[in-house]
Ligand binder design. Structure first.
Ligand code: FBP
Length: 560
């Protein structure tokens, strides 16, 4: 028997809450269909590419008279992409619904992400195995991976594995890219008359898989609360010692939702938002000037300390960097097999090869960067051929450039303070935390609901649970056609159908909240200390949701 921590033991006993209609039982549901849908953009192209799954209605569930158990089914489940708190509960909800519908139903978990279904690596879930993982963080129950499921050969192999196991439905738990792949697989399975359904579940701590139908992806709640706890602790340390500026980079591959939410929960002195940097076309120099200005003003007030939040994806939103990185991505793809580059003995030789190939303006930008960052920009690309921003130490880049700028100001007699900086990167710390009560309930509901969609024979749908700021019993369960969220975007130089990523809206209530307060927070210390996530105790601390969800939902309710 594995040794468990006291919290693990107590959390295993937690019974996640379900929307009322699902709580009444999987065999009591009736499907309510809305009207036909269309994709967010590029309707003609998406319709052409998804001839069999395009245009389906949004669906919701209500209760009806109890039905008898449905025919026995085998279902497969895949965890895809980066870890997000609550993944285990999606599987627990799916498993419980499936067994409730018919105890002969079986759930198979594909191991190591989407490659598991291609290579036929799987386990069959049992009560005993499932029970060990309830309400825990992590994806270690079956593992995850970033293999893209998109080629004919991969679909054929997946079909063969499903046939061997008698699987007639696959649930893909993933972000925008994984659910784009879920839509492609669903379409392919229908086109080829396989009888296999595909249902997605919205996962990612980044919070960028959301739209009118999906209020938030799971994991965002727990991850942001975890980062906010750490930032709050650092703020208290900074405010106690009064000697350091802390530069905290926070995960979020592209969108700045995580940084924005963590900032609203803690009220630091500086928060950069990538989407604003892009919109205002702020150069690296203007970002440095903006930050330096606040540092100098605080020093004039005798405050040589502070906290700055930096979104992970920032570097790719700075116009001159974006252009240079895009040029560099193409060059790196061509250099993968170049013997001169591969066998270069020193990093400086590699820099030279790259600089000679970059367009002159981009070479100038690349050359202006500190050696550390130049090296990190040459690290391995992700499966999409992009720079892995989690490996670029933007926080250190900013510190170095600010030090240079402050030295200039000092020599001109315009700065008399002391600048001593500490850098941090919060990302992996939050992705596998014990899910908050919100994520534990939301994930369990998403999984349970995914089986309800399967039970009604649907395919190409994303499990959706809405009305999330109300108590769980009032949540609305249903499904959204994946094609409804799609548009055409350029990938690897080709136009492809993809689920649209939700970036921070600069005219939305969440960013506005920061914008209205940041001048005050910059100079007057309005730090908030959220503390650790609470699992037991009064509902006003255990069941609170994020500022993002609260602000977005209150706007939605006003407009309704
Ligand atoms: P997903 O989009 O797959 O959910 O992953 C998001 C993320 O956590 C980003 O915030 C981060 O940039 C990236 O994963 C890190 O990836 P990896 O786990 O491969 O280092």
């Amino acid at each position: 028997m594995k040794k468990l921590s006291p919290l693990q033991i107590e959390r295993l006993k937690y019974q996640p809450k379900l929307p009322e209609c699902l709580a009444k039982g999987i065999n009591t549901l009736e499907l309510v269909e809305g009207s036909a849908t269309q994709s967010v953009r590029d309707q003609e192209q998406i319709k052409e590419l998804f001839k069999n799954t395009y245009g389906k209605p949004v669906v919701t569930f209500k209760n009806s008279i109890s039905m008898t158990a449905s025919e026995a089914k085998n279902v497969g489940v895949i965890l895809s992409g980066g870890q997000a708190p609550g993944g285990h509960n999606v599987i627990a909800g799916l498993y419980d619904a499936l067994k409730q519908a018919n105890p002969s139903n079986k759930l198979y978990g594909f191991l190591g992400g989407p490659s598991g279904i291609i290579d036929g690596k799987y386990i069959e879930f049992t009560d005993e195995f499932m029970n060990e993982y309830r309400n825990t963080g992590g994806f270690d129950i079956i593992g995850s991976g970033r293999t893209k499921l998109e080629t004919e050969d991969q679909f054929q192999k997946s079909l063969a594995v499903c046939k061997k196991l008698g699987i007639t439905a696959v649930v893909i738990i993933g972000g925008d890219d994984s659910n784009t792949n879920a839509a492609l697989l669903a379409e392919w399975f229908v086109k080829n008359n396989t009888g296999i359904q595909v249902i997605g579940c919205p996962k990612t701590i980044d919070g960028d898989l959301k739209n009118d139908q999906i209020e938030i992806s799971f994991g965002f709640d727990t991850a942001t609360k975890t980062y906010a706890e750490l930032i709050g602790n650092i703020q208290r340390d900074a405010n106690s010692a009064k000697k350091y500026w802390h530069f905290v980079k926070i995960m979020g591959r592209s969108a700045s939702h995580v940084a924005l939410e963590a900032a609203l929960q803690t009220q630091p002195n500086i928060t950069l938002i990538s989407e604003e940097v892009e919109e205002k076309k702020m150069s690296l120099e203007s970002i440095i000037n903006y930050m330096t200005d606040i540092i100098v003003k605080r020093a004039d007030m005798g405050k040589n300390f502070g906290i700055a939040i930096i979104p992970e994806g920032l570097i790719e939103f700075i116009p001159e960097m974006k252009s240079m990185i895009s040029n560099l991505n193409d060059i790196m793809a061509s250099l993968e097999t170049d013997p001169d580059f591969v066998n270069a003995t020193t990093i400086r030789d590699k820099f030279e090869i790259v600089e000679n190939r970059l367009e002159p303006a981009n070479a100038k930008v690349y050359n202006s960067l500190p050696i550390l960052i130049k090296g990190q920009l040459l690290a391995d690309r992700d499966p999409h051929g992009n720079v892995q921003v989690s490996k670029i130490e933007t926080e250190k880049l900013l510190i170095e450039m600010i030090e240079t700028r402050l030295a200039e100001l000092r020599s001109q007699g315009e700065y008399i303070g002391k600048f001593s900086a500490q850098s941090h990167f919060f990302g992996y710390e939050g992705r596998c935390a014990f899910p908050s009560n919100f994520d534990a309930d939301y994930c369990y509901s998403l999984g349970f609901n995914a089986f309800a969609l399967i039970n009604f024979g649907l395919t190409g749908y994303l499990s959706s649970v809405r009305n999330l700021t109300a108590p769980a019993s009032e949540w609305v369960a249903g499904g959204v056609p994946l094609t409804m969220m799609m548009n055409m975007e350029k990938r690897h130089g080709e136009m492809k159908p993809v689920i649209q990523k939700a970036l921070v809206k600069l005219d939305g209530p969440v960013f506005k909240q920061l914008e209205e307060n940041r001048e005050d927070w910059a100079l007057n210390d309005r730090y908030l200390f959220p503390g650790a996530i609470q699992y037991f105790g009064p509902s006003c601390v255990c069941d609170i949701t994020t500022c993002t969800l609260k602000l977005e939902r209150s706007k939605e309710l006003v407009n309704a």
